[in-house]
Design a protein around this ligand. Structure first.
Ligand code: SIN
Ligand code: MN
Length: 279
C-alpha cells in the first residue's frame, strides 16, 4: 500500500491518516478470537485497570501470539510507515488496549514521543503509531481524540502522572491543551472494526472512559526507524523493546494463511525482560 501525494500532504498538515475498514472482517476475526485467551493469561504483560481488574493493556503479544506476530509483519501496516519514515523499522512497542465496556478507564492528554524521549532516550520523533480497531469505534466507547496539527510543536512540556490511572504517563497540562485546541480543535476518527490510523509520535491525543456497553479493543503498534533506536533501557523490555532487527514483512494475506513466525516468549517472559534499568 503506497500513500498518495495528497495523503502525504494531509499527514504533514494534520499529523494523522485514517483508513476506514482497511482490514476485512475475516482478517479481524483472526485477531479478536485470540484476545480473550491473551487477556485471561496471568502474565506480567497484562496491565489491569485500577478498578475491576479487567485488562487495560496487554504488551508484546507479537512475541507470544501467532496471529499478532503475523499482524506485526503486515505490509498494509508496515509499508506506509516505511514510506513516511524513509527507513527500515523495528517494533518499539506493541499493545492491545482493552477499553472494556463500562470499565475501560481514560488516557490523559499526552504525546507518545514525550515518553519515548524522557524514559527511553529515543533520539528523534522518527517513530510512528499505528492504531488498528478490533471493535467498532463509535462516539460512546472512548474513541481516540487528536488535536490536529499539534505534532508540529515538537516535544511539549509534560509531567509524569503516576496517580490518575493504572498506567504512568507523561501528561500535558489543561492550560496547554486549552491553547492547542483553540488552534486545532479536536477530532476523533470513528469507524468499523479493521479501520487503521497512522499518527505522528508528537501528535497530542487522549481518550475518555468507556461508559458504553461496547468494548473498544484496539491494537497500538509503535514502529521506529532502525537508526533512531532507543538509547536507554529504563523501562522493562516487554514495554520498550531492545531488539532493533528490521521488520521483514509477510505477504498481504498473512492474517488468513498460517505463515510461520518466531514466538520467542511463547513459554513465558524472559526474566531479563521484566527488569528496569536504573535511570
Ligand atoms: C495510548 O495513547 O497509548 C492509548 C490511548 C487509547 O487506547 O485510547
Ligand atoms: Mn499514546
Amino acid at each position: 500500500m503506497k500513500l498518495t501525494e495528497e495523503q502525504l500532504q494531509q499527514f504533514d498538515r494534520d499529523g494523522f491518516l485514517f483508513f476506514p475498514g482497511l482490514f476485512k472482517p475475516d482478517e479481524v476475526k483472526v485477531l479478536t478470537d485470540e484476545v480473550p485467551r491473551l487477556y485471561a493469561q496471568d502474565r506480567p504483560e497484562n496491565i489491569r485497570e485500577r478498578a475491576g481488574g479487567v485488562v487495560r493493556t496487554n504488551f508484546a503479544a507479537h512475541l507470544y501470539s501467532d496471529p499478532f506476530a503475523r499482524l506485526a509483519r503486515h505490509p498494509r501496516m508496515v509499508d506506509p510507515v516505511m514510506q513516511l519514515l524513509g527507513e527500515q523499522l523495528y517494533m518499539h512497542q506493541f499493545k492491545i488496549n482493552g477499553k472494556m465496556a463500562f470499565d475501560g478507564d481514560l488516557w490523559q492528554w499526552h504525546q507518545d514521543y514525550g515518553t519515548w524521549f524522557n524514559d527511553d532516550q529515543m533520539p528523534e520523533p522518527r517513530a510512528m503509531n499505528v492504531a488498528i480497531f478490533l471493535d467498532e469505534v463509535n462516539e460512546f466507547n472512548g474513541p481516540l481524540m487528536f488535536i490536529p496539527g499539534s505534532h508540529k510543536l515538537g516535544v511539549i512540556e509534560a509531567k509524569h502522572d503516576l496517580v490518575t490511572t493504572s498506567y504512568p504517563l507523561w501528561t500535558i497540562t489543561n492550560d496547554t491543551i486549552r491553547q492547542l485546541v483553540e488552534r486545532g480543535g479536536i477530532v476523533a476518527p470513528k469507524g468499523v472494526a479493521g479501520s487503521m490510523i497512522l499518527f505522528h509520535s508528537c501528535l497530542v491525543h487522549a481518550s475518555t472512559a468507556n461508559l458504553s456497553p461496547w468494548n473498544r479493543v484496539s491494537v497500538y503498534l509503535s514502529l521506529c526507524a532502525v537508526s533512531n533506536h532507543i538509547r536507554r533501557f529504563k523501562r522493562p523490555e516487554f514495554i520498550a523493546h531492545r531488539d532493533f532487527t528490521p521488520i521483514e514483512c509477510l505477504p498481504d494475506d498473512c492474517l488468513l494463511k498460517a505463515y510461520p513466525v518466531d514466538l520467542p516468549w511463547l513459554h513465558g517472559t524472559p526474566p531479563s525482560a521484566l527488569i528496569s534499568e536504573a535511570a
